[in-house]
Design a protein around this ligand. Structure first.
Ligand code: CO8
Length: 261
């Protein structure tokens, strides 16, 4: 129903165990209004509760992934309001989603758009993708993790260069710098992202969630503690059916079936 679709900020399409979420606010270049944030998070939390969903793909349109936080919504706010609302803290719930999230980025991923992609677990880019943190041009700084996650991804030198100048970075540079996992042609981007998502969703749900948690922990923990955390998680998987099925399937020379976990 197109009349219904016109009022929806996030379109959801489910194929197998993969939920494709398309940002649908193209008249504002998919700017992240509070309304859009609430709708996106509510839909993802609802899908996460469904054991038949194993991976998310988040995308925009061919021209723009997302042009950032909603400048029109922010412009009129005072410092007191920003602090009282703890503006942007709602995005922590997006970052906390346990099911893997793949960002499929074509066109602009600016400011909060780049930060949205960085809150996903994997970023795939079409060759038209453009990444930037242009907040400095608005007299502010990134507010949804840009100074932290971009620095973790591309290192201090490039993060300083990008955030202080606000310049654009191409898909090729983003891949070379370590922000983007793989670059595809714009025409095949979504297909490739859905293919990877399908592959992830066929693995064991628990081992995927724990692998992701262990990688995320590497951003927070000193190496020695990170290694202990990884080993304990590894040990704990030996109490789960996934390990029994995965290893039995290898010995029996058949494909593992994790669908009952
Ligand atoms: N917010 C609100 N509306 C937007 C945004 C945005 N981020 N980006 C575009 N729009 C709107 C435009 O205002 C315009 O609306 P209208 O038709 O009503 O005039 C419509 O979308 C189309 O945009 P343009 O006419 O500008 O399209 P162009 O093709 O000429 O330009 C660009 C495309 C280059 C993407 C341009 O729109 C642009 O530069 N957008 C802003 C990009 C930006 O600066 N993003 C960062 C935003 S700030 C942020 O994300 C984090 C802030 C952290 C603050 C921390 C506070 C605690």
């Amino acid at each position: 129903d197109t009349s219904l679709e016109a009022n929806v900020l996030i379109k959801v399409e489910i194929t197998g165990k993969v939920a494709l979420l398309t940002l649908n606010r193209s008249q504002a270049l998919n700017a992240l209004s509070s309304e859009l944030m609430h709708e996106l998070i509510a839909k993802m939390q609802q899908l996460e509760a469904n054991p038949d969903i194993g991976c998310f793909v988040i995308t925009g349109n061919s021209r723009v992934f997302c042009a950032g936080a909603d400048i029109k919504e922010m412009q009129i706010k005072s410092c007191q309001q920003m602090i009282a609302e703890d503006y942007f803290s709602g995005w922590d719930q997006f970052a906390a989603i346990k099911i893997p999230k793949i960002a499929a980025v074509s066109g602009y991923a600016l400011g909060g758009g780049c930060e949205l992609a960085m809150m996903c677990d994997v970023i795939y880019a079409g060759d038209s993708a453009v990444f930037a943190q242009p907040e400095i041009n608005l007299g502010v700084i990134p507010g949804i993790g840009g100074t932290q996650r971009l620095t973790h991804s591309v290192g201090k030198a490039k993060a300083m260069d990008l955030i202080l100048t606000g310049r654009h970075m191409s898909a090729a540079e983003a891949e070379q710098g370590g922000l983007v996992a793989r670059v595809f042609s714009d025409e095949t981007l979504l297909e490739e992202a859905l293919f990877a998502a399908q592959s992830i969703s066929e693995k064991g749900r628990l081992s995927v969630a724990l692998a992701k948690e262990a990688i995320d922990a590497s951003m927070e923990l000193p190496l020695a503690q990170g290694l202990v955390f990884e080993r304990r998680v590894f040990h704990s998987l030996f109490s789960c059916r996934e390990q029994q099925e995965g290893m039995a399937a290898f010995i029996e020379k058949r494909r593992a079936d994790f669908s009952h976990d």
